[in-house]
Design a protein around this ligand. Sequence first.
Ligand SMILES: CC(=O)SCCNC(=O)CCNC(=O)[C@H](O)C(C)(C)COP(=O)(O)OP(=O)(O)OC[C@H]1O[C@@H](n2cnc3c(N)ncnc32)[C@H](O)[C@@H]1OP(=O)(O)O
Ligand SMILES: O=C([O-])CC(=O)C(=O)O
Length: 372
Amino acid sequence: MTVTRGLEGVVATTSSISSIIDDTLAYVGYDIDDLAVNASFEEVIYLLWHRKLPSAVQLAELKKQLAENAALPQEVIEHFKLFPIQEVHPMAALRTAVSLLGIYDDEADLMDADSNYKKAIRLQAKMPAIVATFARIRKGLEPIAPKKDLSFAANFLYMLTGNEPEPIAEEAINKALVLHADHELNASTFTARVCVATLSDVYSGVTAAIGALKGPLHGGANEAVMKMLKEIGTLENVEPYVRGKLEKKEKIMGFGHRVYRKGDPRAKHLRDMSKKLTELTGEPHWYDMSIKIESIVTGEKNLPPNVDFYSASVYHSLGIDHDLMTPIFAVSRVSGWLAHILEQYENNRLIRPRADYTGPGMQKYVAIEQRG
Ligand SMILES: CC(=O)SCCNC(=O)CCNC(=O)[C@H](O)C(C)(C)COP(=O)(O)OP(=O)(O)OC[C@H]1O[C@@H](n2cnc3c(N)ncnc32)[C@H](O)[C@@H]1OP(=O)(O)O
Ligand SMILES: O=C([O-])CC(=O)C(=O)O
């Protein structure tokens, strides 16, 4: 048996959702650079789920369905009040809340395509409310119901803060959601597909995916980047901090990627946004420090920044709590998870690879009183 550690380079499925070819990312053939500048997140959801951009009527219908399904069931809100809310990480709360939504959805186990699509709408629609409601309850604030006339991005910020966002904040969140929506067979998407390939339900697939995204080698890296920026503290500290870490062979969060070699095409959009927003908030040092970190890590290790690196200073500049950064990633990536889950159901086969056994050879059972 040949083992490929971490399944690097292994092609495990066909998919018509997103592609990474020669360091170019495309959703259904649309270059991410094009979508980042022009598309709304709602259009991207439609694109990933239907493999085509929506007409005006189709987009209006999707927005209506998302708006109608955006509020959380009261039962889920009540559960938040039972959590040890000051200690729990929002990713753990999100994972649990999605699982709870499955419990309160009496169609959770219906497996026909129409029911699964409707569940995808319900789940996508509710993700911002989960994150915002959790964030408010832990601050002792009342949850805010979504508004039907706001965009997906604006509604999220509205439910989080209680204020309709400035256009620049809405634009930044929309762009971040577009950039994070899908990424071929990344770890969390693969997890979702493995889960539902047993013909388990949509909620189980997304719950499993959230668990995979939470780790710092994957979606958890954006929060870890902000922690590092705070630890470094000043521009002068960047050089000794980063070189010290590299000498000790420690990883610099937000750098490197399993697939991209020359660079992550999403990073430049987030870099530009970071520059703009940190200047606006009067905290340009976060951007300046990030640029300096990038120049050292790229120079020393030839490792370019990934999507998580500049998203940290972008979200910080929008006043978002640092531990909500990975949940925002999930609010976006759930669109990709759901697209892959629906695609998996369409042409399903159980995903079950093999392991090359490295333990002891065959042994005889020894009664407990005779064991050394
Ligand atoms: C949305 C996303 O999931 S994007 C990724 C987010 N994760 C991070 O930013 C965490 C930091 N980055 C990493 O840990 C890695 O680059 C990963 C997990 C993203 C990709 O990992 P892999 O393809 O498995 O590469 P692997 O971890 O084996 O690293 C290969 C080599 O590059 C080095 N390397 C990789 N990433 C980094 C990094 N961020 N900082 C320093 N060195 C690094 C490793 O130490 C290793 O060096 P070695 O060959 O001398 O031992
Ligand atoms: O694809 C990966 O390995 C990680 C990921 O999700 C991304 O970069 O968006």
